[in-house]
Design a protein around this ligand. Structure first.
Ligand code: ADP
Length: 516
């Protein structure tokens, strides 16, 4: 009995480390707001609060055909987007793989590859190609004499210091990219030079962060939008701010005109200075072994690239637990021993196997007794829960390449528990970022007390995590309710932005041509 108690204590301690109570959430959001404000006042703050020079969001009546190029995730994408002017668009697209060698080699080779991909797309898929299709209703502002070049919006989902809609210096790489001779250079120039080297009749007119694209795309579909945010390989958000609040723009013309400007927060870098987030040894191990230690600290708690790895770190600690292993008979598989061996999608599968149908069953039959027991008491489970654990066991054997002999039902319960700890913390922290934007823009007060707004507050989201991870939005909303009160939370409309990075980049190219 003493050893059972000791084992429970190990697990309870881990659970405690991942716990975020209401006070902690409020404190984190306060820090977020302080960082937002400092980032709007100063350059070179970790919370970059990048002015995007996008001064309006679409309302869904816009028309035209544009190219979009999307670099920043797992794939490179080229799209041709036709805005139909009725909140809808049509699109052709092609994905191209970005190899590790391209990600970490010379920048010129990477950008040549981008240009080649656009060339291949125009040859194989495009109707605009060259000369421009007659449906194109935007005059080329750069070269009115010759055949206008096809305007392209570049979605570039890395930190950039933007100085104009079509100009921005790369600040740093994230998400596994590390191409040489790129940081410090204007990314639009790097791309345009590659187009020019290949004599492509394409002009990059807008540099768009994927969050900005998400915001514009949701605004086009919904008629308005306050925040665009990504929960995929990485996490970030962009929102519509009053230009007068962007004090670091000083007396520049962009600020003198007043009005609104989209701000790319780069919130993935929140907590780089390590003050507020409850960091566990599993997080520290991940950070230390990452290619960017101490950077993108918030992102490392939240996004798809990292959740599987945090979970792997927990599982390994339990495999190695002393005096007795707490998982898999103390044996780790090749997958478990591989850095980034557990994809977040596997956690998703495990949680889904546990959750699916469970809520309905609990509604129909009441809480099973074991809810009051410790979660490790597998013996107390009801039969349908045992069937769920059996399914999880199958997933673990298959995905982690474990010997079935080494995976007990209790192991299945333990892995499910670990995944839910990591994912729940991620979703609750995501809620602090959303709450900070609501408070910053005057839509809510921290701690609640704001009356129910008249109109819904529109938030556009994108990314596999929020799209596919079971209960991610439910968990995020629970945190949001704590932070801004139910009256506001229930009027927050969180919807998928239809292809933010493609349509969004096209909308930004349109905005560039409009803003001239
Ligand atoms: P990106 O952000 O690169 O454009 P995605 O939005 O598809 O692309 O995010 C990819 C990330 O999402 C990867 O880190 C992957 O681990 C994670 N992921 C993929 N499928 C799922 C899933 N079903 N559930 C949760 N996370 C997933």
């Amino acid at each position: 009995a003493a050893s059972v108690e000791a084992e429970r204590k190990i697990l309870d301690d881990i659970e405690e480390q991942f716990h975020l109570d209401e006070d902690a959430l409020i404190e984190i959001t306060k820090q977020f707001l302080e960082d937002f404000r400092t980032g709007l006042a100063e350059y070179n703050h970790p919370m970059a609060m990048i002015p995007t020079f996008v001064t309006g969001v679409p309302d869904g009546t816009e028309t035209g055909t544009f190219l979009a190029l999307d670099l920043g995730g797992t794939n490179l994408r080229v799209c041709e987007v036709t805005l139909l002017g009725n909140h809808e668009f049509s699109m052709k697209q092609q994905k191209y793989r970005v190899s590790e060698a391209l990600k970490t080699g010379e920048a010129s080779v990477l950008f040549d590859y981008l240009a080649d991909s656009v060339d291949a797309f125009l040859t194989e898929h495009s109707s605009v190609g060259s000369p421009l299709s007659p449906t194109h209703d935007i005059a080329n502002p750069f070269d009115p004499v010759s055949t206008p070049a096809v305007p392209l919006g570049l979605t570039f989902s890395f930190p950039v210091e933007q100085t104009a809609l079509n100009q921005g210096r790369i600040l740093t790489w994230t998400k596994g990219f590390a191409a040489k001779n790129a940081v410090g250079h204007d990314v639009v120039r790097l791309l345009q030079d590659a187009f020019d080297r290949k004599h492509l009749h394409v002009r990059c007119v807008a540099l768009v962060n994927d969050t900005v694209g998400t915001l514009l795309s949701r605004a086009y579909s919904a008629g308005s939008c306050l925040l665009g945010s990504i929960f995929g390989t990485g996490t970030n958000g962009a929102f519509v701010e009053k230009v007068e609040n962007v004090t670091k723009l000083g007396d520049s013309p962009a600020r003198k005109n007043g009005g609104l400007m989209v701000i790319n927060t780069e919130w993935g870098a929140f907590n780089n200075t390590r003050t507020k987030l409850p960091t566990t040894p599993f997080d520290n191990k991940l950070d230390r072994q990452s290619i960017n230690p101490r950077f993108q600290a918030f992102e490392k708690f939240i996004s798809g690239m990292y959740l599987g790895e945090i979970t792997r770190n927990i599982l390994l600690a339990l495999v190695d637990a002393a005096p007795r292993p707490l998982l898999f008979n103390g044996k780790a598989s090749s997958v478990l021993n591989t850095h980034y061996g557990i994809d977040t999608a596997i956690m998703s599968e495990v949680e889904d196997a546990w959750e699916s149908g469970r809520e309905a069953e609990i509604k129909a039959h009441g809480q099973p007794d074991w809810q009051n027991a410790h979660w490790t008491d597998v013996e107390a489970l009801i039969p349908s829960d045992l069937a769920r654990l059996e399914r999880i066991r199958g997933i673990l054997v298959q995905r982690l390449l474990l010997d079935p002999e080494d995976v007990s039902l209790r192991d299945a319960a333990t892995v499910r528990w670990a995944a839910s700890l990591v994912a729940n913390r991620a979703a609750r922290l995501s809620g602090t970022a959303v709450a900070a934007v609501l408070v910053q823009t005057g839509h809510a007060k921290l701690g609640g007390g704001t009356p129910e707004p008249e109109k819904n507050i529109i938030i556009g989201v994108d990314g596999s995590l929020i799209q596919h991870y079971p209960n991610f939005q439910t968990r995020l909303r629970a945190s949001l309710r704590v932070l801004v009160g139910e009256a506001v939370e229930k009027r927050v409309e969180i919807d998928l932005a239809k292809d933010g990075s493609g349509a969004g980049a096209a909308l930004c190219a349109l905005q560039a041509v409009k803003q001239g």
